[in-house]
Design a protein around this ligand. Structure first.
Ligand SMILES: [Zn+2]
Length: 583
């Protein structure tokens, strides 16, 4: 209004009029340029279909949820005796099964955006085996799948806490807007089974030595299963494991139910789940045929409920990296698939294991033990996972304290009394979080390392041509992949768009770790107002298949060069003519 009134007011001099006219035209020029630029930028972004939705969290950390580090804030230190026996079925600050289930259900209802809890089946005694899926559920793009499983061995209870800490930490970081964690949950699906051998774990308040599965087995062959009542007879907090002078197992401290003069010699269950997998099942060395042995492999592969349900679950999925959590070795370590005769690790994968393992060692301080033959085993988890297509399967031994384990000679009986197995496998309550903090970066790295082929597209119009840039990247550090790209396009009508090139399958060069490759495909447009549908399918060795679909409308794809230059030229010319006219 001000500009208009100044222009028509004749009381101003001709010089003033010229100045006002120039200023007003300049303003129009600036405003319209801004509109052109905004439109350009907007149109560029609207065609990039792979941009993720707004990542900002929908909710803040919920006040009513107690994170693991809060639960352990006032946890007691070491108890005299085996803590699981001292604390009884509550396991003290540790999570027994019902506490674990409550926590998982609470996670599920408190953080539904990224947590989904489900069961993979039941144990022998009918307990549900829970699995937690951690991923950004609002993003439905194909994701790389990662697996973490805890507590194959019952007495290694710290691994349940390692698993719960991982979940809580990831949840907390996601809702604290950590871009690293948000990106991970946008591109990866993390499946976490905190406890696999639940029946065994539930027995630990009676038997801190419980390692194997609890399905009853007649270990001593007298026709009666599980003649068992382990008891802390002398009330010192320990249930001793008794061996004779030659370290032959005699029994456990407890009651001689079968009256054979030996106590606790037919304990519950008898199958070691981590010798019960199908790869090299039952081979020697590495597993025992003896029903009483700590590493008895079971009657046949997947003979136990929990291993069979685990197998069924894994075969339905496509896990690229995986970790199994253990404890109770003399020191903390990282183990890869064991290499029995012939060497299981395939040529190029050996370097991959060494490189990734070395990084894991740096991150956790655990020692790397993946040289061939260091720890030959048969029927174990790692080998089965690897032989079924999981690229990286590591076992983490997250804790071990041999100084807490003693063998005391009893001169009267001539036997050795071993004690302190709980403390050997598990830290005291006030050290649990410390152990979880140490383990966490290793687990996180296994999620980060799972390769993810992302497809980014950007369309640019050059005159009659629509050029679509496809950018494929591999963000992992060590994993290389050979990919092929399959293109499929359709137009919304049968005329209007013609591909410049009829190639529909492209073999890409080896996509190196942390590298990307750009491919440009072009179409000619004779009638631009059609939709172009583009289906892209990238398959890479070791990463599976990524499929994405895009829609482009050529009329919405503009570039500055085709629109802006003539527009600016025309405006400039008008300003020039008007100024000249007033001269
Ligand atoms: Zn173990």
């Amino acid at each position: 209004m001000f500009l208009y009134s100044t222009l028509i007011n004749n009381s101003y001099s001709i010089e003033m009029k010229k100045t006002y006219l120039s200023m007003s035209l300049l303003t129009v020029l600036i405003l319209s340029s801004a509109i052109v630029i905004i439109y350009d930028v907007k149109s560029k972004f609207t065609v990039n279909q792979t941009d993720f939705p707004d990542l900002s969290p929908k909710v803040q950390i919920r006040e009513d949820y107690t994170f693991l580090w809060e639960e352990f804030e006032h946890a007691p230190g070491d108890q005299q005796g085996d803590d699981s026996v001292v604390f009884g079925s509550s396991f003290g600050p540790y999570h027994n099964y019902s506490e674990l289930v409550n926590k998982l259900k609470s996670l599920n209802t408190t953080f539904p955006e990224i947590i989904e809890v489900f069961t993979i089946g039941k144990t022998y005694f009918g307990r549900e085996i829970y699995c937690v899926l951690i991923t950004n559920e609002s993003i439905r793009l194909p994701k790389t799948e990662v697996l973490i499983v805890g507590q194959h061995h019952a007495q290694e209870q710290i691994n349940v806490e390692n698993a719960l800490y991982f979940i809580d930490k990831v949840v907390s970081e996601f809702f604290s807007s950590s871009t690293t964690i948000q990106h991970l949950l946008n591109t990866k699906a993390i499946y976490m089974i905190p406890s696999l051998n639940i029946d065994g774990a539930e027995l630990m308040s009676q038997n801190p030595w419980q390692r194997k599965i609890a399905r009853p087995i007649d270990e001593d062959g007298d026709g009666i299963e599980d003649e068992f009542e382990l008891q802390d007879v002398n009330k010192d907090g320990y249930i001793d494991r008794i061996s004779d002078g030659s370290h032959i197992f005699v029994g456990h401290e407890g009651i001689d139910l079968d009256g054979d003069g030996r106590i606790g010699n037919d304990k519950p269950g008898g199958v070691d789940p981590n010798r019960n997998y199908a790869y090299q099942f039952g081979k020697q060395p590495g597993a025992s045929d003896n029903l009483s042995a700590w590493n008895y492999h079971g009657p046949y592969a997947f003979s136990e409920n929990c291993t069979a349900r685990f197998r069924d679950f894994v075969l339905q999925r496509n896990f690229i990296t995986a970790v199994s959590l253990h404890s109770g070795m003399d020191y903390t370590m990282i183990l890869g698939p064991s290499t029995l005769e012939g060497g299981l690790l395939r040529g190029e994968d050996k370097d991959l294991y060494i490189n990734t393992g070395t990084k894991l060692q740096e991150l956790t301080g655990f020692s790397l033990e993946i040289e061939e033959g260091v720890y030959p085993l048969s029927g174990v988890w790692d080998d089965w996972m690897y032989s079924n297509g999981t690229l990286l399967a590591f076992t983490f031994e997250t804790y071990g304290n041999p100084s807490m384990y003693n063998a005391i000679f009893n001169a009267t009986t001539g036997n050795y009394h071993h004690r302190g197995v709980w403390d050997y496998c598990n830290p005291p309550g006030d050290k649990v979080i410390e152990n979880c903090v140490q383990t966490f970066p290793g687990l996180l790295f296994m999620v980060e390392e799972a390769p993810y082929l992302s497809i980014q597209t950007n369309a640019i119009r050059e005159g009659e041509k629509l050029l679509i840039h496809i950018d494929i990247s591999n963000p992992s550090s060590y994993i290389r992949t050979n990919c092929s790209l399959v293109l499929n396009w359709t137009a919304s009508q049968s005329v209007g768009i013609t591909p410049l090139d009829s190639i529909r399958t492209l073999s890409l060069n080896e996509l190196n770790a942390k590298s990307n490759q750009e491919i440009v495909i072009g179409f000619t447009i004779d009638q631009p107002n059609y939709n172009l549908g583009l289906k892209l399918c990238v398959s890479g060795s070791k990463v599976g298949t990524i499929l994405s679909e895009y829609t482009f409308n050529p009329s919405q794809v503009t570039t500055k060069s085709t629109v802006s230059i003539p527009y600016f030229a025309l405006l400039g010319f008008l300003v020039f003519v008007l100024i000249k006219k007033y001269d």
